[in-house]
Write a protein that binds this ligand. Structure first.
Ligand code: HEC
Length: 178
């Protein structure tokens, strides 16, 4: 670009040329700054310890599975004629995953980790409060599992509502919008 401009123009040392070249330099610098910023961003990600990154990935995957299973169970309940055979393993899966979640929240795995996470720093400031909600989720998930095993639609509906309330209570307090 610069070469072409120079070749076409009389060796002008006029203001326009100078201005053009200054403009080029600035945009080049901006480009370089973006590249460096991107590099530093990657470096920050790489800085999180493998254990921290693994914990964050594990809890996200767990919640995702819990979310999917919970939605299916909800849809089944809404149908009025739930297929208990399909609901039962999903309820069991939620209970099992819920019981594992706490260990995927080690100290240092919040926003300060540099890893993409919606877990708020408040989790570690009010760890007792967070633990209680996580335990409430396990209790309701176990009740849902028992109701599904008993093929009891009314108990299942009750447990579903209680479980849904724990998701919301925890997300409202401890999960970043996103
Ligand atoms: C005790 C707190 C707590 C409870 C209870 C809880 N969650 Fe979450 N959930 C979180 C936090 C914190 C995150 C963000 C995790 C992260 O980004 O590291 C999250 C993330 C999620 C995600 C996004 C996962 C992803 O792909 O990144 C889904 C889906 C989800 N939760 C569903 C549920 C459902 C459904 C329930 C109830 C059955 C539930 N959660 C109960 C705290 C909770």
């Amino acid at each position: 670009m610069t070469f072409k401009f120079r070749a076409g123009a009389t060796p002008a040392r006029n203001g326009a040329t100078a201005g053009y070249e200054v403009g080029m330099t600035i945009s080049l610098r901006a480009g370089l700054a973006a590249v460096i910023a991107a590099f530093l961003g990657t470096a920050a990600l790489a800085a999180a310890s493998p254990a921290i990154s693994a914990a964050i990935a594990a809890r996200k995957a767990n919640y995702k599975e819990i979310g999917g299973a919970f939605k299916t169970i909800n849809d089944e309940i809404k149908s009025g004629h739930p297929d208990f055979n399909s609901v039962r393993p999903l309820a069991k899966d939620i209970a099992g995953r819920a019981a594992l979640q706490l260990k995927h929240f080690p100290k240092g795995s919040g926003p300060e980790s540099g890893v993409k996470t919606r877990a708020k720093a408040a989790i570690w400031k009010d760890y007792a409060g967070f633990t209680k909600l996580q335990k409430d989720m396990v209790t309701s998930a176990n009740a849902l599992n028992a109701a599904a095993t008993a093929r009891d639609l009314s108990a299942m509906t009750k447990a579903r509502t209680a479980l849904g309330a724990t998701c919301k209570a925890c997300h409202d307090k401890f999960r970043e919008e996103g």
